[in-house]
Design a protein around this ligand. Structure first.
Ligand SMILES: O=C(O)[C@@H](CO)OP(=O)(O)O
Length: 409
């Protein structure tokens, strides 16, 4: 792949999980149809709209799989699990035989998954709980917990030259897939299942005894009742993006998953103050950071916003619409305006996977994409949404092919 000698600028905006179904509460419209998104619509009008499938039917519809495809890597070839990607974000090196595992702090009530975030538990309490797990349960040289942000933490199994108790048959379930459902049938199974279940059981006692955790209940917040282990995997081997696509790139995100994939691809990771990975994120700051990054040497900037996905996980249609409008107004609009002033450019908007408000979780299936810019002829479709995308006749079944098409001159 040749380098970007003409200094064309490229931007991808990811409204995470924004694709959805029509909602009765939105008058039969999808959140994308209901939201006022003049800037995304303008891209569709000036360029093309289509639909792409980032998650192969045979794989779980996780953001790890969807994002890998969206970034132009076939998940069948490169995906080993979610946690190793997040470990890369924290600079945790995995050696042969090591496994990384996501450690959520969750609230289970009456045997059901009440909150996969333990009510968006604070970093302080989360770090204390993860510290307790490390101190009191793991003393072993093999297990090491790493505090992350809020409910998103990591556990690493260090094989230390020995054999890990894990194999590819280890089966775990993301806690955000079972909101309000009984947890019994979703406990870890397969070769690593027994060890993981044991750790989860130990966490129940530890969390119940942790004062600052229990205080949350007094304050009307949810306490974490246990750890939930999932997303395990070994070290992935991703071909550097510059070698595959020939452009120097950066990612702006608040979540370790995208930070980690970015790092593994050799991208710059741009931290933005006020980016939270939630609905209260500072959208405008992300837009400004993207423009700042484009002023420099970089060819390609990815701006990821998690808020749309989180609104769906919580089942809040209005919040999803609001998040889409914020992304449109404060990121897509200003970034596109800036790109127009730089000369040749391309801009793409595309989520990783659908996240349905109805089920509060991710789904397989097509997501709409829209792009415009140099060399892209206008099809004049006036709106960016799932219905227009399906009607366009432009369908990509292997989502990882979209990136090559976008970056092609
Ligand atoms: O990080 C996570 O645990 C999940 C839910 O917050 O993220 P996503 O839905 O993007 O996979």
């Amino acid at each position: 792949m040749s380098l970007n000698v003409n200094k064309m600028k490229y931007v991808l905006v990811i409204p995470d999980g924004c694709a959805d179904e029509p909602q009765a509460s939105l008058g039969g419209k999808t959140p994308l149809q209901a939201a006022k998104t003049p800037n995304m619509d303008a891209i569709s009008k000036a360029g093309i709209i289509g639909q792409t499938d980032n998650v192969p039917e045979s794989m779980p519809s996780g953001s790890d799989v969807g994002t890998m495809s969206l970034f132009g890597y076939d998940p069948h070839e490169f995906h080993t699990g979610r946690a190793p990607l997040e470990a890369a974000a924290q600079g945790i090196e995995l050696f042969p035989g090591d496994w990384a595992i996501r450690c959520n702090l969750v609230t289970v009530e009456d045997g059901k998954m009440k909150s996969f975030t333990a009510g968006q538990i604070s970093n302080d309490v989360a770090a204390e709980l993860v510290g307790l797990m490390q101190k009191q349960t793991c003393g072993s040289e093999h297990w090491k917990f790493y505090p992350g942000v809020s409910y998103r933490n990591l556990l690493v199994y260090r094989a230390r030259g020995g054999k890990a108790p894990f194999a590819d048959d280890t089966y775990t379930v993301p806690p955000h897939d079972i909101t309000d459902q009984p947890i019994d049938e979703s406990l870890p199974m397969g070769s690593g299942g027994c060890d993981l279940r044991e750790l989860m059981e130990k966490s129940v006692e530890l969390f119940a005894e942790c004062e600052s955790n229990q205080k949350r209940t007094e304050n009307g917040e949810l306490a974490a009742t246990q750890a939930w282990l999932w997303g395990q995997g070994s070290r992935p081997n991703l071909e550097p993006f510059i070698e595959r696509y020939g452009v120097r790139s950066a990612v702006i995100t608040a979540v370790d998953l995208l930070r980690g994939i970015g790092k593994l691809l050799g991208w710059d990771v741009i931290e933005v103050e006020g980016a939270t990975g939630y609905l209260d994120t500072d959208y405008a700051a992300k837009g400004r950071a993207a423009i700042e990054a484009l002023r420099g040497d970089l060819d390609f900037v990815v701006v990821h916003v998690e808020a749309t996905d989180e609104a769906s996980h919580e089942g809040h249609a209005d919040a999803k619409v609001k998040a889409l409008e914020e992304i449109d107004e404060k990121i897509v609009g200003p970034v596109h305006e800036y790109l127009k002033s730089t000369g040749e450019y391309r801009i793409l908007v595309c989520p990783d996977h659908p996240t349905f408000l109805r089920t509060k979780t991710h789904s397989h299936g097509y997501v709409p994409f829209t792009m415009c810019g140099a060399g892209i002829e206008s099809k004049n479709v006036p709106s960016y949404d799932e219905v227009q995308a399906a009607a366009s006749g432009d369908t990509i079944d292997n989502g990882y092919e979209l990136m090559g098409r976008f970056l092609k001159k």
